[in-house]
Design a protein around this ligand. Sequence first.
Ligand SMILES: N[C@@H](CCC(=O)N[C@@H](CS)C(=O)NCC(=O)O)C(=O)O
Length: 244
Amino acid sequence: MVKTWTVGYWPIPFRGNFVKVILEYAGEEYDVMETSEVIQLKTAAVSAQPVPFIGPPFLLHNESGFAISQTAAIVEYLVRKFGFVPESPELAALAQKAVLDCIDVLVEITRHNGNQMWTRDAWSEFRGPGKRLDQCLGVLEELAKRHGLKEEHSTGFFLGTEKMSAADFAVYALFEQLARCMPPLIHDLERAAPRVWKLCQRIGENPKLQAFSNAQSQRWGRSFCSGQIEASIFSMIEQDEKAS
Ligand SMILES: N[C@@H](CCC(=O)N[C@@H](CS)C(=O)NCC(=O)O)C(=O)O
């Protein structure tokens, strides 16, 4: 039977998880498109694509035929659809900002989606106390702190909202995969964004998200973004581990 949604993405977590964690949390039924079909749609003429796009993820609403690409736009669509948008326009805008901040971390850690591989020099400017990754994580930490999130909180969300917003889904999608695929980075998350890391651990206690995380580990192991850039990131982290 055709499910409500179809997600088009590669067989890795990366950007796709920003979409999937919302569908999982909301208890929505979705299919994941076969990779061959993603390739077929990605390389089709734009006039033949369900929504004109360059790179996945994309999401299809099967009943209506509505299709949307661009990670941040898909997240915005889903949070609106399922009622996870803060009432205040200011908080709604800050939630969107946090989504884009999280996606920026994916862009930066992959050196703009694998445009360049890591060198030791470049990596030493990126990872370490006070370095670029810490700064990116620190931006999220400061935003959550300004909205009242405390490390010791056992309730409450990123922007002080009563329920999850796009910001919570995005930080969870980001931190969960960084920690699961590259466990030494947990140290960086704890150092640079302790409140947000605790929040993500709390969000991850949700049984649906826990099952989703376990399923991804079983299916793909520690695969994060795949390809040469994944090998480059993993080798930098391995060298850091040996040196420590
Ligand atoms: N800005 C887009 C970027 C999409 C993107 O770069 N997708 C990657 C996978 S994460 C891809 O497969 N790109 C192929 C391409 O650019 O040709 C988004 O956030 O969705």
